[in-house]
Design a protein around this ligand. Sequence first.
Ligand code: GLU
Length: 284
Amino acid sequence: MTFMTRFAPSPTGHLHLGHAYSALFAEQYAHNQGGRFLLRIEDIDPERCKKEYDTQILEDLKWLGLNWETPVRRQSEHMDAYRSALATLENMDLLYPCFCSRKNIRNEIAAAGYAPHNIPHGPEGPLYPRTCRRLSQNERQERTASGVPFALRLKTDSAINQTGPLTWYDHLTGEQQATPEKFGDPVLARKDITTSYHLSVTVDDHIQAISCVTRGQDLYSATHIHRLLQSLLGLDTPAYHHHPLLVDEQGQRYAKRDNALTLHSLRDQGHSAAAVRKMAFANA
Ligand code: GLU
């Protein structure tokens, strides 16, 4: 099997030094293994993703000296693939529509009467209290028929019953027991975009034959849910390498909203690509 890595930025802002590190890391990893390196633009969210950022990302990465294989996969062009994965899960009776707004969810959690420090949390925040999972078939049909927008959530416990225990492998931390139950019932298709990060990334890593997913440690826990989806959908399971996140001198993570260390502004300040590459690895 060819060793294949990828860098998968979302065009919701300019790339910063942390992205440069992640992209260079992925490319070098592939290179060292005699493998291939792909680029994927994760642009499923039309509200937050902008064409100008997409263009800038490619320009910044070229300037840094990265070489990826063409074509670049843009998720917005592959919504059919995500719809078809959802249909598979739907046929397995593993999804349910969720009509709740964020406010409904907050209110429901408040009404459950937990002390603030006892509210059940998962990797993505407070767990969804499964309000819509308790709706009767009639209520569900009425709401869908009346055009109330809905998300699709995974019945995680039923899904785990079907797959049994799962493991995944991270190059830094070794074999991991998958614990997707910690997510409660995550959204797999958002109300506005009919897919989600978890679903599209899992489907795409399979379609692009990625053998090693390299990405930041901030996405480590997401892998538990990705592993479950791979098993349910019959997709390949890559190995993972979650690298530490780059931090600035104050120990803070870089964020797209910080302007000073975008690749774009570093270049404008007169830094060469070689200097920026060095900076990215010096802070790693
Ligand atoms: N698109 C995600 C991001 O920009 C990365 C997804 C991944 O590497 O799995 O944070």
